[in-house]
Ligand binder design. Structure first.
Ligand SMILES: Cc1cc2nc3c(=O)[nH]c(=O)nc-3n(C[C@H](O)[C@H](O)[C@H](O)COP(=O)(O)OP(=O)(O)OC[C@H]3O[C@@H](n4cnc5c(N)ncnc54)[C@H](O)[C@@H]3O)c2cc1C
Length: 477
């Protein structure tokens, strides 16, 4: 099928205004939030509903054109890109909250609904959606599902996969199925679980059935300021070792604190502190009061610069403003950020932070740390300029060193950002050949021609990352 023919057929489905193919419009779709990888698609289609998604996919399948779904494009591993000649299916127009079943605590939503909008809609009914990535005011529930996103509250409530009951999906040839069920009953083959975290490589979710949780009776947030990041990490281990189960344990280092305080996200954080730890407890009022007392007592073993307790929604919002805005604040420090994602056992947090400092010093680049400490999930932020190919290569190599150390310490190369294009070359260092072959076989059952999000996630040995101008685009441009 000629370019003209498939584009005409897509236009007939979505309407003229919702197929973009001029260079200026495509620019916004050439990367996600990981700007190390860029590639302009041949076209972007913006379907209005599930029927249009299925119809577009069927046309692309017939024309054998590669395609990738895209939510808000906040992904940090290069997941929502497609190689030259491919088509991006942007799902941001699918943004209806179809139904909130208050009794069953289930939300039925479009995949393009922004994460925070669901909690806002559920709030009047005393309900909320628990997974809260720091990008929650922008990222979509479909993108969260595909990356199995985490967030501060996931320490207690688990990542996105724990909150997805079922999904209506479009398969790579345009057929539609429902995976999972709203009752959350186990099925012989857990396709729902398979979908969550599959990075858009096996099916596109066009409707999601999500679990809602009651808003807790009481929430208290503590902000503890430490002299050093090592002390903050030790406090995290001590809290967990004491059997306390706060909902969130988040650390920000001095570089992050200072970037926040120099930005519109200013939250009154102590800029002299080596690190701050945000601890949140939620639940019945009496339990929370008990847990907070225990945590505060435990923290007296550390030489704190400051300990604040936030109880009203306004006080708590003020504490979280700094944490949730930190990514944006760090974005001001350099033209580009490389936000890494690795995991270590919690007891190894201080050790990996020491190593990050060594690698950062070697690189000569500014590096800041903010992370989901309860989950041992680190996110060093490298601030750099992608227009300089040497800096781009340097941040990527530095990131790989840190991820290799995560593996040596018994951790993982990804906690929540996915493999995407970024970590394909490291996957074989975590998994054996047989495991990777099994994953590849599973994907091919659903996506045999690899048309849906091709070359993503698994190391296919085709140099796919290079097709996305790894370190090269600006050099050439
Ligand atoms: C400042 C900042 C903070 C962040 N904080 C966190 C955090 O705390 N925790 C965390 O986990 N992540 C975080 N992220 C990363 C990112 O926000 C998440 O990965 C998020 O889930 C991506 O959602 P999105 O809508 O932007 O998806 P996109 O980036 O558009 O797409 C991500 C992947 O999902 C696939 N996809 C999208 N929609 C669908 C669908 N309907 N069906 C199937 N596949 C689909 C795409 O093909 C792609 O592979 C952060 C990012 C930024 C920029």
């Amino acid at each position: 099928m000629s370019n003209y023919a498939w584009k005409s057929r897509l236009r007939a489905i979505v309407g003229n205004d919702f197929l973009l193919d001029d260079a200026a419009a495509l620019l916004a779709y050439e990367s996600d939030a990981l700007t190390l990888f860029r590639c302009q698609p041949a076209a972007v289609v913006l379907p209005a509903d599930a029927d249009q998604v299925a119809a577009c996919v069927a046309v692309l399948f017939q024309a054998q054109i590669p395609f990738a779904a895209r939510g808000a494009g906040t992904g940090l591993s290069g997941g929502a890109l497609v190689a030259a000649g491919g088509v991006v299916l942007a799902l941001t127009r699918l943004k209806r909250i179809h139904h909130l079943d208050v009794q069953k605590r289930v939300a039925i939503v479009d995949p393009g609904v922004v994460n925070l909008d669901l909690s806002r809609a559920a709030e009047p009914y005393g309900l909320r959606y628990a997974p809260d990535p720091a990008s929650q005011s922008v990222s979509t529930l479909g993108g969260n599902m595909a990356e199995n996103a985490g967030g501060p509250m996931c320490f207690l409530h688990g990542s996105t996969a724990n909150h997805v009951l079922a999904a209506d999906v479009v398969l790579p040839d345009g057929r539609r199925e429902t995976w999972g069920n709203v009752h959350g009953d186990p099925e012989d083959l857990d396709l729902r679980g398979f979908l969550c975290g599959s990075e858009g490589t096996v099916a596109i979710a066009v409707r999601l059935y999500l679990k809602l949780l009651p808003i807790p009776e009481k929430v208290v947030t503590l902000l503890a300021a430490f002299h050093s990041i090592a002390a903050a990490c030790s406090a995290v281990s001590a809290i967990v070792a004491a059997g306390l189960r706060p909902v969130a344990l988040e650390v920000m280092d001095q570089a992050t604190i200072r970037a926040v305080e120099n930005s519109v996200y200013r939250a009154g954080l102590p800029t002299e502190a080596g690190a701050v730890l945000i601890i949140e407890a939620e639940g019945p009022a009496q339990t929370v009061a008990h847990d907070v007392r225990c945590i505060e007592e435990l923290l007296t073993n550390f030489e704190l610069l400051r300990l604040e307790r936030a109880e009203t929604p306004q006080q708590r919002l003020a504490v979280w403003k700094g944490r949730k805005g930190a990514g944006g604040a760090l974005g001001r420090l350099a033209p580009d950020s490389y936000v890494m994602d690795g995991v270590v056992p919690r007891s190894k947090l201080a050790e990996i932070m020491e190593y990050v400092a060594v690698v950062a010093a070697e690189s000569g680049l500014a590096v800041a740390n903010l992370f989901h400490a309860g989950d041992g999930n680190i996110h060093p932020h490298f601030c750099y300029d992608a227009r300089d190919p040497e800096q781009a290569a340097l941040v990527e190599n530095s990131g790989a060193k840190i991820l290799r150390r995560c593996l040596e310490l018994g951790g993982s190369i990804s906690g929540e950002h996915g493999i995407g294009l970024e970590k394909q070359h490291l996957l074989a260092e975590q998994f054996g050949a047989a495991e990777i072959a099994l994953m590849e076989r599973l994907r091919r059952v659903f996506n045999p021609q690899d048309l849906m999000n091709p070359g993503r996630g698994l190391p296919l040995g085709k140099g796919c990352a290079e097709a996305f101008h790894r370190h090269g685009r600006i050099q050439n441009g």
